[in-house]
Design a protein around this ligand. Structure first.
Ligand code: UDX
Length: 439
């Protein structure tokens, strides 16, 4: 099939390459010429495992091109909307202007029978409004909402082997024909047994908001338990293991620590609350305010712990921060808890050196006042306190005895509950973590 993908960020670029790998002819459209140039040259503008190989292979087949000229989408019959919906400045609500602009470009090239497929995370009600725009511009064209659930760091696998596909189809959008087109588009994915659900437009939009809210709630729940553990002398990791064995609960997304960040969960729960307020359903989501508050408290608590460990003040102390990305296997630093903690400590007078295997360039752009080190050795050299804030495998697997030889003082705060506490303590480190007892 001939496909266009509007928006070539984390979502769109991966989606475009995956669609080409499924055999479709794909044109990726982005307004930023530097992104188009990089992708066209097979250079991913962000770090995502397996993506560079997939991109280069797809470019090599000739079935994938990138451009900033939206007229190039004129041959396509399926047009994906993959642009971002960031938080509006000074507000909780989502900024859907990029989605509106993408649909505005798509309608210029629409032909009867074409399908516009929304993948961006949007406030419920957006799809129905955009369906009206599409129908008004081209009465024979249709719009569906097909939310994306990919996680950064697993984007390729999540696109090609998702847990489920959701098709939101509106009334008056040729229900059966539309489902047939989407099934054909995803034939290879569906053939591997991936379930697909067909819903109305509002439900499809809400599935995404609800899924992210549930994940955020799970993380804040375990972090609330961590707060209780700290007061009561319990161990939140043992608690998570034990409750996670209940199949109704499950162990995943119960890793206590510094909490959630990134370009999705924080802004999506805020946008969901804002939208519920507009719809008169704000009471239903007031608990998300608490989920957000628990999450933000973790960052403050981490800085408090650092201060405690340094005898009341971190001013003038040399602190090593391992991790800048909001999670491992990503170079994304949007709303990164690790960087937030590093910046708070810097603002309180500490001399903070941050390292990360992939995210230093992005981190330095956002926080130019911080010091950055290319290697763990450089970051640890002479440190009086070490904070592990992103659980990259290279930090989890650090040899505590070797690390001890590099630092000034062997004190470590495990912000992700990812280190082997016993091994670090046996190697002579003073080890502390969020939600776990002191030695
Ligand atoms: C999320 C959703 O998982 C995905 O389905 C959606 O499409 C986009 O938003 P992503 O932002 O890539 O994906 O990251 P995710 O793996 O969900 O992690 C989010 C944050 O939660 C990270 O900062 C991570 O460190 C944190 N987290 C995750 C925890 O603190 N504890 C956990 O147990 C799991």
């Amino acid at each position: 099939m001939k496909v266009s993908v509007f928006g070539c960020g984390y979502l769109g670029a991966v989606h475009a390459a995956c669609m080409a790998s499924l055999g479709h002819d794909v044109v990726g459209v982005d307004v930023l010429p530097e992104k188009v140039d990089a992708l066209s040259a097979g250079r991913p503008p962000f770090h995502e495992p397996d993506f560079a190989e997939l991109l280069q292979r797809a470019l090599g087949t000739g079935r994938l091109v990138f451009t900033s000229d939206s007229a190039a989408a004129a041959d396509a019959t399926v047009h994906f909307v993959c642009v971002g919906t960031p938080q509006r400045r000074g507000e909780n609500a989502a900024d859907v202007s990029h989605v509106d602009a993408a649909v505005g470009s798509i309608v210029q090239v629409l032909k009867p029978g074409d399908l516009v497929v929304g993948k961006s995370t949007v406030p419920v009600g957006t799809a129905s409004r955009l369906a009206d725009t599409v129908h008004a511009a081209c009465p024979g064209a249709h719009l569906v909402w097909n939310p994306e659930f990919l996680r950064e760091g697993h984007a390729v696998a999540d696109t090609l082997e998702p847990d489920r596909l959701v098709y939101g189809v509106g009334t008056g959008d040729a229900h059966e024909e539309t489902v047939v087109v989407l099934d054909e588009l995803y034939a290879t994915v569906l053939a591997s047994g991936v379930p697909r659900l067909v819903t109305d437009l509002a439900t499809a939009e809400l599935v995404k908001a609800a899924a992210n809210s549930f994940l955020a709630t799970k993380i804040s729940f375990i972090n609330a338990m961590a707060e209780v553990c700290e007061s009561a002398g319990g161990d939140v990791t043992a608690l998570a293991d034990a409750i996670g064995m209940d199949q109704r609960i499950g162990r995943s997304f119960l890793n206590a620590g510094l909490g959630f960040g990134g370009g999705c969960l924080p802004k999506d729960i805020r946008a969901f609350m804002a939208r519920a307020g507009e719809l008169g359903a704000d009471q239903a989501l007031t608990f998300l305010r608490e989920v957000d508050a628990i999450n933000m408290r973790r960052r403050v608590r981490m800085v408090d712990l650092a201060r405690e460990e340094c005898g009341g003040s971190i001013a003038g102390r040399r602190i090593a921060v391992l991790g800048a990305a909001f999670k491992p296997h990503s170079d994304d630093v949007r709303d990164s808890p690790a960087l937030n903690v590093a910046a708070q400590m810097q603002l309180q007078g500490a001399s903070v050196v941050v390292t990360d295997p992939k995210a230093i360039a992005n981190a330095a752009q956002r926080w130019p006042d911080l010091q950055f080190a290319d290697t763990v050795e450089e970051a640890l050299a002479g440190a009086e306190l070490v904070l592990v804030l992103t659980e990259w495998p290279e930090y989890v697997e650090l040899d505590p005895a070797e690390a001890k030889r590099m630092v000034g003082e062997a004190r470590v705060l495990d912000g992700r509950n990812c280190l082997d506490a016993d091994a670090w303590r046996s190697a002579g480190w003073h080890y502390r973590a969020l939600g776990r007892p002191r030695a």
